[in-house]
Every structure is written in structure tokens, then in C-alpha cells.
Design a protein around this ligand. Sequence first.
Ligand code: F6P
Length: 324
Amino acid sequence: MRIGILTSGGDSPGMNAAIRAAVRSAKDKNIQVIGFIQGLKGILDNKFIELDDRSVSGIIEKGGTILQSSREPRFLQYEYRKLAYERLNSMGIEWLIIIGGNGSLKAAHKFLTESSIKVVGITGTIDNDIYGTEYTLGYDTALNTATEAIDKIRDTAFSFGRIFIVEVMGRDYGLLPLDIALATGSELVLIPEYRISPNVIAQKVHMYKTKGKKHVIIVLSEGYCSAFELEKELSPLLKQYNPEYELRICVLGHIQRGGSPTAYDRIFGTLSGQKSIELITSNKNGYFIGLKDNKIQPIEIELAVRNKKTLEHKLISTLEEISI
Ligand code: F6P
């Protein structure tokens, strides 16, 4: 049997562990694996390599993805998708493993509904925003990377008694910013699911300062607004409370996506890769590997593309209660 594998959309730490495990598990079952370069683009542009057990050596600890990634706009058009289906058919590829986030699962769903190619999804996104799974590959590393960065920011914030806005990634789902705020003991978190006016933010910052806090860290989700926009609005409001208040910003951005995966992501990637081959050998088409009830298991791709994950608001009140 011949199968294809690709990584698509925003990369996430642990993708290499998943590729490695899938390739080696496939080898064990005499399945040939073709790796497409730069995601769906690789299918359309005929860019691929054959992967064997040795070509995935020494990658478990590497961030990014050895197969590279892309957001391929051509795939949104049926004529190009048809071309991709035909290409895979002509290459004798029966199954495709797609590693990525929500956009990649949407693409997997197209394969499922429009072609004869069978698909397995593996989660790969730092956002942890895929419906149906409690975890997505890369989240733990991104959370730890941001935590480490904010610990450093806090050192200098303390020295100057400053207020910091730290903008973090996570698209429009607030879990990653919220967990970052909890892990760093930040005073405030601003996420799309929990909006407060700049006046209230300024009031809260002033309240923390008057209670004796030397510095205040505000974790801002990129999906809320940009740090630059917030700074513009917040700075004059803070000055009204105290002209000596100093506000600084830091945008973590793509730093969160890189770096060596944590042990958890290496293991999650490995188990996901291995499970993807198990689904293929048992002919279970249309599932992605997720975490449910703390167990790695197949979840219907259809479920993920039809629903939006929502956030548990209890965590916000925890943060507010603890940051006093
Ligand atoms: O989906 C992962 C993610 O890192 C989001 O957190 C972020 O909004 C987006 O990708 C950034 O995408 P790009 O790397 O294409 O700018």
C-alpha cells in the first residue's frame, strides 16, 4: 500500500514526532510513505519525497516540520482540488495523513466528500481550538515558551514598576492566552470571549497598583485587538490615574510556534502518528486523532468541521480571584 503524509497551515512543535512515528509504524506494516513538501502545495506542484525509517531519524526533538508547510489558497477552488485528487490517484496513493489545525481538517473533509482518497487527520496547532478534542499537538510547547518569555518580561517589569501588555497568539480562541496568564501569574487576560472596556482595564490596573503591586502584566490575545491599538487607548487613561504610570508592549507572535517540543508534545505526536497508521490498516476513513476523556482516540472529522470549540469561563474567574 502507498500513502501520503503532509503538514499544513500553521506549524506546531511535535509535528516531526508525528511524522516520524507514522513513517516508522507504516514501515513496520510494509506501507510505503510519500511526504508532500509544503502541504497541499506539494501535491499541486509535484513536490514530494519518499520517506523511510532512516529519513525520519533525529527529528523528534526538532521544532517546525521537516516537510514544511503552507496555507494553499488554490485548494479553495474545486478545479485545483480535482487536480490534487487526480494526482494522488495517478501516484497510487490510497490514503492521505493530514497534520494541521482547523483549516487542514477542512481540507481533509474535502478529500473525504469529493474524492476516493481516504484520509486521517492528526491535530497540529498551538491554538488547541479543534472541536471534539481536548488537546492539539504543539499546545504544551507554545504554552511553555510563552510562559518562559513572560517570566523574563516580569523581571524587567518589576525593576521599573511598569505595566506590560504582552500580545500572544491563539487566533480567536482564548484558551492559550488564558493558560499563559494563569501560568505566569499575570494580573489580567484579554480574550475574544471576555471583553472589557479600556476604562475598566485602566481601573483594574490602578487598583492593582494601589494595592501594592510593583508591576502589572496584561496578557492580550491577538484575536482581541493588537497590542499597539490597546496601548494607544490605555496609555492616556492610565496617565489620568497617575502620570508616572509607564506602559510597555511586547508581541510574542511566532516565537510561540517554534522551538523544540516538550516531552508531552513528543509523546502526543508519537502516539498520534502511530494511531494514524492503525486507522489506515483497519480501514477507518474520515477520522482525526484527538484526545477525549484523556485518551488518544479517533474522532470524526465531520464533527470538527461542523462545530466550534467554546471556552470554559470558569478559568477566567479563577484568574481574577488569584491575581488580587
Ligand atoms: O493557527 C496557528 C497560528 O499560529 C495562530 O495562532 C495564528 O493566528 C496564525 O497561526 C498565524 O498564521 P501565520 O503564521 O500564517 O501568520
